[in-house]
Design a protein around this ligand. Structure first.
Ligand SMILES: [Ca+2]
Ligand SMILES: [Ca+2]
Ligand SMILES: [Ca+2]
Ligand SMILES: [Ca+2]
Length: 503
C-alpha cells in the first residue's frame, strides 16, 4: 500500500472517543479449542520459504497454534483502547477446516492479558506485523510494531504462539519510531527466524535485527549496523547460500524509491556487500521461490513512478519480478514487469493514479504448484467511485506470471457481500494464505476507507476485511466473507482496521 509515495509512515491524529475494548476470551489464550490435523508443528519455519522442498500453497506460515491451519493477524493501529485514540489493537483469528471463524479470535492490546506496555494515544500498536518462529519451538510467533509508543521512540512486541494460544509476550523499545516496518527470516542461519525492524532516526531509516533465544521469550538487538530501510522489507535467500537475505525499499535523496539488497551471513546482514537498485523501490514486496530453483525471488509493487508521483504515471502502476541469482542475489534488472497496460489484463481500461501494485502477495490459489500473485490497486475507480480499489490475481507458471485466467475483484463483485464506494480503497493490503488447509491459498484483502471516515483523514475510515476462498478454478467469490471491526467485537471508530496483515 502507499500513501502518495510515503508508505506506512504517518502520524495518527484521530479524535479521542472512548470505546470499550472487547477481547473475546481474554487477550492471551486462543479462546477456542482447536480440532485439527496435528502434523506440522515440528518444522522450524522462517518468515519466508526458501527451500526447494515441495511447494506449499502458502509462502509464509502463520500457524500460531501449531495445528496445521494458518491463522490471520490484522492490525488496527488507529483503534481506541481504554479511551486512548490511536492506541491500536491487533485481531488474530484462527484457521480451521471451514476457514477463518471470527468467533475464534483474540484482540491484542498493550497492557491487557499479559501484553506489556500501556495503551497510549497515537502509539499505533498494530502499525506493522510480521510472523516467524522466533524462538524455534515450532510455533509461529507474531511481532507487532507500535512506532508511536514510548513517546515516539517506538516499540516492537513479540507474542509467542503455542498449542494453548499466546502464552508469553515481550517488548523492546527503540529510539525513533521503532516498528515502522517489520519482516522476519533466518538471516544468520540459526534455525529460527530473526526480526527485522525499521526505525527512522534519519530520512533513510535504520534497519535493526533482533533475535530471541531458542525456546526463550526475550528479545535481543543484534549488532548489525549501517543499513537502511524505511517503507518495506522482504526477507529470503535470493543468492542461495542458505542465509536469508534482506531487501529494503527506501526513499533516496530527491524522493525516488530505491531497493537495497543485503546478503545474510553468520554475522547477520552484510552492509559492505549492499547492492542498491535506483528507481526500483516500491510500496510493498513479497518474496518466495517462484521458479523452483531453490532461490527466493522478489516481487516489488510499484504503484507510482520513481519520480513525480501519479502526475507522471503512464501505466497505472506496476509490479516487477526479480529472480534470485546465484552469488549476486538481486540482479541488474527485473525479469518481468506487469502493468495495467499489459495485454490481457482484466479490470477494464487503465487509468493514471490507479496505484496498481499498492500491495502484493504470493500463494498458490489453484493448487498447480506455481505461486500466484495478488496485486492491489487501492486507488482504482470502480463503477464511478473514485479510489474504490481493486485486486487482480495473476496465475504463476514456469515462464512467470500470466494474464491468462486472471481474476479481477472489487468490493462490488457478486458474492463479496459489500459495495465499492468512494475512497473504499479495497486492495490496500492483500495476503494469500491457506486458512482452511485444503491446498489452495485463500485471499485476505482489506479496504482501509470502509465505514466512517476519520476526522482529518478523509481517505481513511474504520476499515474492513474481505476473505475469498481459493479453489482449483481460482478464487471463488461465491465463498467469501466481509468482516468489520464489529465482526470481532472490536472498536471501529477510525480504527484503520486492516492497515496491515501479518505476512
Ligand atoms: Ca515460536
Ligand atoms: Ca543468502
Ligand atoms: Ca498456481
Ligand atoms: Ca484454502
Amino acid at each position: 500500500m502507499s500513501l502518495s509515495g510515503t508508505a506506512r509512515v504517518r502520524v495518527f491524529t484521530s479524535a479521542a472517543v472512548v470505546v470499550a475494548l472487547v477481547a473475546a476470551g481474554g487477550a492471551l489464550g486462543a479462546g477456542a479449542a482447536s480440532a485439527a490435523p496435528a502434523a506440522t508443528a515440528g518444522s522450524a519455519a522462517s518468515g519466508t520459504s526458501t527451500s526447494a522442498a515441495p511447494v506449499s500453497p502458502t509462502v509464509h506460515r502463520s500457524d500460531f497454534l501449531g495445528n496445521g491451519y494458518n491463522d490471520l493477524a490484522l492490525g488496527a493501529p488507529g483503534g481506541t483502547v481504554s479511551g486512548k485514540a490511536g492506541a491500536g489493537y491487533v485481531v488474530v483469528t484462527f484457521g480451521s477446516r471451514s476457514g477463518l471463524q471470527p468467533a475464534r479470535r483474540v484482540v491484542l492490546t498493550q497492557g491487557h492479558g499479559g501484553i506489556p506496555g500501556t495503551p497510549t494515544a497515537n502509539a499505533g500498536f498494530g502499525s506493522a506485523l510480521a510472523v516467524g518462529d522466533f524462538n524455534g519451538d515450532g510455533y509461529t510467533d507474531l511481532a507487532i510494531g507500535a512506532p508511536g509508543d514510548a513517546g515516539g521512540k517506538g516499540s516492537v512486541t513479540i507474542v509467542f504462539g503455542s498449542a494453548h494460544g499466546f502464552t508469553h509476550a515481550t517488548r523492546v523499545v527503540g529510539t525513533a519510531r521503532l516498528g515502522t516496518a517489520l519482516a522476519a527470516g533466518d538471516v544468520a542461519r540459526t534455525g529460527r527466524a530473526q526480526l527485522l525492524a525499521t526505525q527512522t532516526p534519519s530520512n533513510f531509516g535504520e534497519l535493526d535485527r533482533f533475535s530471541v533465544p531458542r525456546h526463550g521469550y526475550t528479545v535481543h538487538k543484534e549488532a548489525d549496523q549501517g543499513i537502511y530501510g524505511s517503507t518495506a522489507i522482504a526477507v529470503g535467500d535470493m543468492n542461495g547460500d542458505g542465509y536469508a537475505d534482506v531487501v529494503a525499499s527506501f526513499a533516496e535523496v530527491g524522493g525516488s524509491m530505491a531497493l537495497a539488497y543485503y546478503p545474510g551471513s553468520a554475522h547477520g546482514v552484510v552492509a559492505s556487500k549492499v547492492q542498491v537498485r535506483m528507481y526500483e523501490g516500491g510500496a510493498d514486496m513479497a518474496m518466495a521461490d517462484l521458479n523452483h530453483d531453490g532461490r527466493a525471488d522478489l516481487v516489488v509493487g510499484k504503484p507510482l513512478p520513481p519520480f513525480g508521483g501519479c502526475a507522471q504515471d503512464s501505466t497505472g502502476g506496476s509490479v516487477s519480478v526479480w529472480y534470485g541469482k546465484r552469488s549476486v542475489g538481486l540482479g541488474a534488472a527485473p525479469s518481468q514487469t506487469i502493468t495495467e497496460r499489459t495485454a490481457g489484463m482484466p479490470g477494464g481500461a487503465w487509468a493514471q493514479c490507479d496505484e496498481f501494485g499498492s500491495s502484493v502477495a504470493l500463494g498458490d490459489v489453484n493448487g498447480d504448484g506455481w505461486l500466484d500473485l495478488a496485486v492491489g490497486a487501492q486507488q482504482k475507480t470502480v463503477n464511478g467511485h473514485t479510489r474504490a480499489g481493486a485486486v487482480t490475481i495473476l496465475r504463476g507458471g514456469p515462464k512467470g506470471f500470466t494474464t491468462k485466467g486472471a481474476q479481477f475483484l472489487t468490493l462490488s463483485t457478486a458474492g463479496l457481500h459489500a459495495r465499492a464506494g468512494d475512497n473504499s480503497q479495497f486492495g490496500w493490503m492483500v495476503d494469500l494464505a491457506d486458512f482452511n488447509h485444503d491446498g489452495h491459498a485463500d485471499l485476505a484483502a482489506t479496504a482501509i476507507g470502509q465505514g466512517e471516515t476519520s476526522p482529518g483523514w478523509p481517505f481513511y475510515g474504520d476499515g474492513s476485511l474481505s476473505l475469498v476462498t481459493g479453489t482449483v478454478g481460482g478464487l471463488a467469490p461465491s465463498r467469501a466473507a466481509y468482516l468489520t471491526p464489529a465482526s470481532f467485537g472490536a472498536p471501529a471508530h477510525a480504527a484503520l482496521f486492516g492497515w496491515v496483515l501479518a505476512r
